[in-house]
Write a protein that binds this ligand. Sequence first.
Ligand SMILES: CC(=O)N[C@H]1[C@@H](OP(=O)(O)OP(=O)(O)OC[C@H]2O[C@@H](n3ccc(=O)[nH]c3=O)[C@H](O)[C@@H]2O)O[C@H](CO)[C@@H](O)[C@@H]1O[C@H](C)C(=O)N[C@@H](C)C(=O)N[C@H](CCC(=O)O)C(=O)O
Ligand SMILES: Nc1ncnc2c1ncn2[C@@H]1O[C@H](COP(=O)(O)OP(=O)(O)OP(=O)(O)O)[C@@H](O)[C@H]1O
Length: 490
Amino acid sequence: MKLQTLLSYLHDFTAYAGENPDISSIEMDSRQVKKGALFICIKGFTVDGHDFARQAVENGAAAIIAERPLDVDVPVVVVRDSRRAMAVLADAFYGQPTHKLHLIGVTGTNGKTTTTHIIEHIARKAGKKTGLIGTVNVKIGDHAYPTQNTTPESLLLQRMFKQMVDEGVEIAAMEVSSHALHMGRVHGCDYDVAVFTNLTQDHLDYHGTMDEYRNAKGLLFAQLGNRYDHKRPKFAILNNDDPASQYYKHMTAATVITYGIETDSDIMAKQIEIAPNGMAFDLVTPYGTVRVRTKLIGLFNVYNLLAAASACLVSGFPLPVIVEAIEDISGVAGRFETVDEGQNFTVIVDYAHTPDSLENVLRTIRQFAKKNVYVVVGCGGDRDRTKRPLMAQTAVKYADVAIFTSDNPRSEPPEQILRDMEAGVPGARYVTMVDRKEAIRYAIGQAEEGDIILIAGKGHETYQIIGDRIMDFDDRAVAREVIKERRGIC
Ligand SMILES: CC(=O)N[C@H]1[C@@H](OP(=O)(O)OP(=O)(O)OC[C@H]2O[C@@H](n3ccc(=O)[nH]c3=O)[C@H](O)[C@@H]2O)O[C@H](CO)[C@@H](O)[C@@H]1O[C@H](C)C(=O)N[C@@H](C)C(=O)N[C@H](CCC(=O)O)C(=O)O
Ligand SMILES: Nc1ncnc2c1ncn2[C@@H]1O[C@H](COP(=O)(O)OP(=O)(O)OP(=O)(O)O)[C@@H](O)[C@H]1O
């Protein structure tokens, strides 16, 4: 594709003098540049991509997109925001793949991974080839690929969408993080359906205030229905029980469909029964009411099921297929996942790492707990510090034994993070152990028959970031090892 053809998709850039080279690829990393590439200079959080423009040219870049003029021997096109420009250029370069997919975006503080997995499961039941993008992995059909971000950078994202289209994917569900919306990673995406799960405190290290965080999420609904193909119906699926939905209703030009449990909504769950091994509820929809049973547990999962069912109904899937899928879906990796080595107490690993999600999971556990509840919990370093005392408060409020420990301390001293947690619970009883394995060993060592241990925060993650080292650490594997150790098998 010629550079000028690509630039015709951008609204705002300075004209440049010189050639109109053929662009063979687009890269944001100078080390990946090959002959004929368009190199996009991104100002990162650690380094500035503009500093690598020369290296990119040496590696064969045919042109550069930058936020300032650069002294190199290839055309330099100056844009105001190269990250946003990259989203538009990547979309154009890969043939606007999201126009060819039925794309469902899910945003919200909690429940994105679970909701996208349920949507994927329903779509598969309906006989569709599916794509999935999110925290756990990227899936194209049956193939899973590892991923670094919940919502990858636009270049990677559009490449994956192109691969999905090439491989015959018809419907893709993706998690859309507030960071991605704010940074413009999804700027080029053409959503058919956008889903909101909920808004509670998280990521204030990045967004600063809850209003900013809420507005960042709102960008998904603001972009829906205002872009590209106006002939296709667009739907905003909003959780009517969450006050933030009122804002999003006013921000979107799409058709709004609401779901809820407490507030009168288009799609509702009624007569909810929650048991230790599953739930049942009346799924009330404009197409009729059906009593559904599911293996998922917790009121929060009723919301996730409602969100997914609503997205799938507006996507044209028949209600019986949706019900069948809900009835046979099992859990998502690291979300309320039990570790069963035949021990006489229960061990649950859950990704809960916000005060709200921790509260939801602990409240669910409390509903069934006949004996003691233990929680092993920490807070991430270099992330929202205001969460730390709140997480500690939630832990001591709902658990009989709270054990505070490390959870990806990153560049911060883990002891400092623990002190921040402890500051939220003066006078309360808790145990502090920097070493996460020791903390898990302590809980498992103390547990008696019928007790429940929640190991919170890391879920599916298989690493622990300490300083600049990424070490292998999987709560599930550690719990298994320690249970066997306790039995004296190891
Ligand atoms: C803070 C943040 O968002 N950082 C993201 C950012 O990294 P960065 O800014 O540090 O990048 P950088 O290393 O400074 O590099 C800047 C530029 O120079 C280029 N470069 C660099 C070196 C070189 O030799 N040559 C070169 O060209 C790089 O390719 C890049 O284009 O760009 C990277 C590539 O896209 C992202 O993976 C990375 O996400 C990190 C891992 C991250 O933790 N992000 C979090 C905050 C995030 O985005 N989280 C959300 C939601 C999470 C949730 O809901 O829980 C998410 O969507 O993941
Ligand atoms: N709808 C919900 N409301 C509140 N808490 C939830 C909800 N769904 C899941 N949770 C809790 O939050 C944890 C994370 O769930 P999930 O991975 O689906 O959310 P997420 O939005 O993808 O999270 P993240 O943005 O951190 O990747 C779960 O392990 C559970 O404890």
